[in-house]
Design a binder for this molecule. Structure first.
Ligand code: OGA
Ligand code: MN
Length: 267
């Protein structure tokens, strides 16, 4: 395994491994350690099939199953395709183009999400990652005091009509494995803060979200064909770049995706 840094904010790239072969437990454990340490791991040059991605993903945790048939790639319950090449609507096309944490509107949000770059456009189509450990460390003390012990009320798509359950997550949280303190769910689906007046709460939530996603915390990943990018949702916010529909094969962006729950321990 050859390992080098992608930026001074987050991310390492790994080459010299082939995840289509059953990797040794030690190799998986090494990748998990890199994820905990650097937030994003990009494994280059992976020519893998969706089935192989599903198997690889399952070694990191318990894969999220997609109930809707149309989300399943090749009938695989855990592999989804993100694409600008077919006729899905604009909402689906740009569903990930805002700062968020995968499945934060559930009691057990995703730990890791991975994207395999199957088609990459010549420009654009990157993913942005905002390092929430750095953001926490840079919080001015007055802001830190305002949000210490605060718990955010999250709801699917930020809905406030009561149609989906309200889920609570602390805004400052220790990483479940490394114990490093980070901002958590600081942007996206928050609809309020426990024991705080509604307008004041949303003002504060938006202020924290802006703070947490400043350029100085952000690594932008430009995909190469066959990149396999994995990230740790407990220490990053992420956002897709806004996409336009592909008019030609060249402009296509296609990602195969697996997301998992659970926190593997490492040595
Ligand atoms: C996701 C996501 C970002 C992207 O798959 O959860 O947010 O760049 N994707 O496609
Ligand atoms: Mn996402």
């Amino acid at each position: 395994m050859n390992i080098s840094k992608l930026s001074d904010k987050s991310g390492v790239q790994v080459s010299g491994i082939d995840v289509s072969h059953d990797l040794h437990d030690d190799d998986i454990s090494k990748i998990v350690s890199l994820l905990y340490e650097h937030g994003v791991v990009c494994i280059r040059d992976q020519q893998i099939q969706p089935e192989e991605l599903a198997n690889f993903g399952a070694r990191f945790g318990s894969p999220v199953e997609h109930n809707e048939e149309n989300l399943r790639l090749n009938g695989l319950s855990t592999v989804m395709s993100l694409s600008n090449a077919d006729d899905r609507d604009d909402r689906q096309l740009n569903g990930g183009a805002h700062w968020h944490t995968d499945l934060i509107h559930t009691n057990e949000p995703a730990s890791f999400t991975m994207l395999h770059a199957v088609a990459v456009p010549p420009s654009g189509g990157g993913t942005l990652f905002a390092n929430q450990i750095l953001a926490y460390q840079a919080l001015p003390i007055e802001l830190e005091e305002k949000i210490r012990e605060r718990v955010v009320i999250h709801c699917y798509e930020g809905r406030t009509d009561g149609s989906m359950p309200e889920i609570l997550h602390s805004l400052i949280r220790k990483h479940p494995v490394t114990g490093k303190t980070a901002l958590y769910g600081a942007a996206d689906t928050g609809i309020g803060i426990v024991d705080m007046e509604a307008v004041e709460a949303m003002k504060l939530y938006l202020e924290i979200g802006e703070f947490a996603t400043q350029d100085k915390f952000v690594y932008r990943h430009q995909y190469q064909l066959n990149d396999l990018v994995i990230w740790d949702n407990a220490q990053l916010l992420h956002s897709a770049e806004v996409l336009t529909r592909a008019n030609s094969k060249q402009e296509q962006r296609i990602m195969h995706r697996v997301s998992v729950r659970g926190w593997p321990e490492t040595d």
